[in-house]
Structures are given as structure tokens and as C-alpha cells.
Ligand binder design. Structure first.
Ligand code: PBG
Length: 323
């Protein structure tokens, strides 16, 4: 045998010398939930170790995360039912606690990268990402609201705007509004290939944002499709996106690889709530060893082609790196 691949696996030193992929805190974005009020930190039952924080408590939490080496954070608002309406008008209201928390975070921690969520669902009495009329989700009419929301978020100080709604044409619509208002350096992390997935359950529990009727299949992508992701990536690239995201990530590694191989923009993978919850549940039950399974999961995303990984496990992983 001339070729013995085991030779390069023979010692720890050799293994580390030939290692191709690493996951460091530079690669991670930590998604977090925020709520109105003071001194609130409520655990999300279906996502153990993750919480809804009020402004004072998220400042404390992000401070801890920064000490662990994390630098990028994505925040989502848990909005009271009484503030929701059919047009998500609270999403761009000057009173909006989410926008206030963002400004405060950027003033306390100017060096972090703060990423927003643009979609109507946390603010919509219908629980959909766009305007609902006669049971249909309107596209072009929804853009106007997404545009207002994006501008309000840029004004609040978000570094990257994160449209997660899957309306057609929204990246260009948002890009133009930002530019017209002088926010030429505020970036767009587009949810490019976002699938109509069963793995968003814990997130919808966290925000109480599940659709009040029907499902999201007329705007989120069909899990059967690969080529549809190329159409979305072409459009987002032309429309001015700065990042292309694939969501969910672990069950869509082929899509991550496809976009990485075909587009020069950085690729983000969203390791979504249900995917993290599955892992945590198996770890809690003792069926698998979390200390090994978590790094292996994150590595699979890196190997598939993620430049950036959005994961609810970011803090735990950062802690394990510090040990
Ligand atoms: C809403 C949104 C969702 C997620 C991020 N933004 C849920 C949905 O589309 O219903 C899911 C994230 C997760 O499950 O971790 N626009």
C-alpha cells in the first residue's frame, strides 16, 4: 500500500496540522429574544438556556457574551398581543421597545455587530410575514411596511438589516430606502433561501408569533427544492444583498454548499430553533454527548460552506472554547 490515509491521523499533532475547518467565535452570531419591561429574564421552555430579556437584562447578558469572545448578535422582539395589528404598525413606531433596545445596545457596546429581523410576523395580528387580505399574503403592499421597518431599524443603529419575510423584491426595495436616507453603509443580511420548515416551532413559542391561520408555504420555499435557491440567490445578489442566508442550516447543507460554490458573497447558515432544540433534548436525555456533538454540528456547517453560523448554542460553545 503506497497510500495509507491513516498516517496523517496517527497523532494529535498531525491531526491538528492537517485540520481543514475550525469554528471560532469570529464565525458565530448569537440570536436572542427581547421584551418590554424591566428586570425580566424568562426562559423559553422549548429552547432551554435561551431567554426573553428586558433591556437591562440583555445588556448584562451581552456583556457576558462579549467576555466570552462573541461579537455579533441578532435580536427578535416578543411583542404583546395588544400591540399587534393587521399592518404591523408598531414595528416602526418611535415607541417600539425593540428599536430602543437596539439604540441602547449600540451605545453601550459600540463595537458589536447588531443584526435586525425584518418581517411582519412578530407584530402582526395574523401572525404572517406580510399583509393578509382574503386569506392571501400580499407581496408589493407588504414591501412598504418592510421598508418603513428597515429604515426605523437603520436609524436605531443596527449594523445589518435582516429581511426574513421572503417577499419578492424586498432586498432591492430596502436597499433603495436605506440609500435614499443616507444609510449607505448599513448592510443587508438577506434570508435568501428560507424554507417552509417544521423546525421553527420553538422560535414561534418564544415570540408567540405562529400564523393564526394556514401556513407560510406561499412565501417560504418548498423543502423539496434545490434550484429555487439559485433563483433566490441570483435575485438577492442583483438586488444588493451583502450576505446570503440559508435557513434552516443543518437539514439544508446541500443548499449551503450550492450557494457557496456559485456565489462570491458570504454565506450565513441559520441553525434554527428546532434544530438546536433537538440537539439539546438528546443531550439532556443523555443519548448523545453534547461536548462532542455540538462542535461536530457547527463543523458540519463550516465544512458545507458557511462563513457565518447563527446558532442558539453560540454562548455555550464560546464557553467551552474558553475552558
Ligand atoms: C420570522 C422568523 C422566523 C424565524 C426567524 N424569523 C420564523 C418563521 O418564519 O416563522 C425562525 C428562527 C428559528 O426557528 O430559530 N420571520
Amino acid at each position: 500500500m503506497l497510500r495509507r490515509p491513516r498516517r496523517n491521523r496517527a497523532s494529535k499533532v498531525l491531526r491538528s496540522m492537517v485540520r481543514e475547518n475550525f469554528v471560532t467565535t469570529d464565525d458565530l452570531i448569537y440570536p436572542m429574544f427581547v421584551m418590554d419591561g424591566e428586570n425580566k429574564k424568562e426562559e423559553i421552555k422549548s429552547l432551554p438556556g435561551n431567554f426573553r430579556f428586558s433591556q437591562d437584562r440583555i445588556i448584562e447578558e451581552i456583556g457576558e457574551c462579549i467576555d466570552l469572545g462573541l461579537k455579533s448578535f441578532m435580536i427578535f422582539p416578543a411583542v404583546e398581543e395588544s400591540l399587534k395589528d393587521s399592518h404591523a404598525s408598531y414595528s416602526y413606531s418611535p415607541e417600539n421597545f425593540y428599536l430602543q433596545i437596539a439604540s441602547e445596545l449600540k451605545s453601550v457596546f459600540p463595537s458589536i455587530c447588531l443584526i435586525s429581523d425584518v418581517a411582519m410576523d412578530p407584530y402582526s395580528s395574523d401572525g404572517h410575514d406580510g399583509i393578509v387580505e382574503d386569506g392571501k399574503i400580499l407581496n408589493d403592499e407588504s414591501l412598504e411596511i418592510l421598508g418603513k421597518m428597515s429604515l426605523a431599524q437603520a436609524e436605531a443603529g443596527f449594523d445589518l438589516i435582516g429581511p426574513s419575510d421572503m417577499m419578492d423584491g424586498r432586498v432591492q426595495y430596502i436597499r433603495e430606502i436605506l440609500d435614499r436616507n443616507g444609510y449607505t453603509t448599513t448592510g443587508i443580511m438577506s434570508y435568501t433561501a428560507k424554507y417552509a420548515s417544521a423546525f421553527y416551532g420553538p422560535f414561534r413559542d418564544a415570540l408567540n408569533s405562529a400564523p393564526k391561520f394556514g401556513d407560510k408555504k406561499s412565501y417560504q420555499m418548498d423543502p423539496s427544492n434545490q434550484r429555487d435557491a439559485m433563483i433566490e440567490a441570483d435575485l438577492d445578489t442583483m438586488e444588493g444583498a451583502d450576505f446570503l442566508m440559508v435557513k434552516p442550516a443543518v437539514h439544508y447543507l446541500d443548499i449551503i454548499h450550492l450557494l457557496k460554490s456559485n456565489y462570491p458573497l458570504p454565506i450565513a447558515g441559520y441553525h434554527v430553533s428546532g434544530e438546536c432544540a433537538m440537539l439539546m433534548a438528546a443531550i439532556e436525555k443523555g443519548y448523545i454527548d453534547g461536548e462532542k456533538a455540538i462542535p461536530e454540528t457547527l463543523l458540519s456547517l463550516k465544512r458545507a460552506g458557511c462563513d457565518v453560523i447563527i446558532t442558539y448554542l453560540a454562548k455555550g460553545y464560546a464557553k467551552s472554547l474558553n475552558h
